[in-house]
Design a binder for this molecule. Structure first.
Ligand code: THU
Length: 132
């Protein structure tokens, strides 16, 4: 199964009664295994979690900390861009050149990379030499 098909499949499980905006995400770990996640909303809105966060959590829970490919799909008219927080989460486990495929359920796609989604990312180098 392709990474996009995995994201499309898990999107069906999304719990999005407040936004009615279902999102599915799939990441491929360095091992080749696919991990999926969907958005999970909450009546206390800020407690909701994004699809990308769920996929990353599944990957880490399985013992992997490196992702090599990402796919995200939603029922939007344009391929939905990951939110700022998810860009940082993806950057934690991927590389600048890691490919990200954004898609719509209608068949639209946009190919990008983690680096293009999050230029100037904060990383450990920014903490080097800091004085408490
Ligand atoms: N959402 C995601 O799951 N991923 C994204 O990349 C964008 C937004 C979810 C969060 C919320 O449940 C709904 O979409 C509307 O913002």
């Amino acid at each position: 199964m392709s990474l996009l098909d995995a994201a499309r499949e898990v999107r069906e499980a999304a719990y999005a009664p407040y936004s009615n905006f279902k999102v599915g995400a799939a990441v491929r770990g360095a091992s080749g295994a696919i991990y999926r996640g969907c958005n999970v909303e909450n009546v206390a809105y800020p407690e909701g979690t994004c699809a990308e966060a769920g996929a990353i959590a599944a990957m880490v829970a399985a013992g992997e900390t490196e992702l090599v490919e990402v796919a995200v799909i939603a029922g939007s008219t344009e391929p939905v861009p990951p939110c700022g927080g998810c860009r940082q989460k993806l950057a934690e486990f991927g590389r600048g050149e890691t490919p990200v495929l954004l898609a719509t359920t209608a068949g639209g796609t946009l190919e990008t990379t983690i680096g293009d989604l999050l230029p100037g990312r904060f990383d450990t180098s920014h903490m080097e030499g800091s004085k408490a």
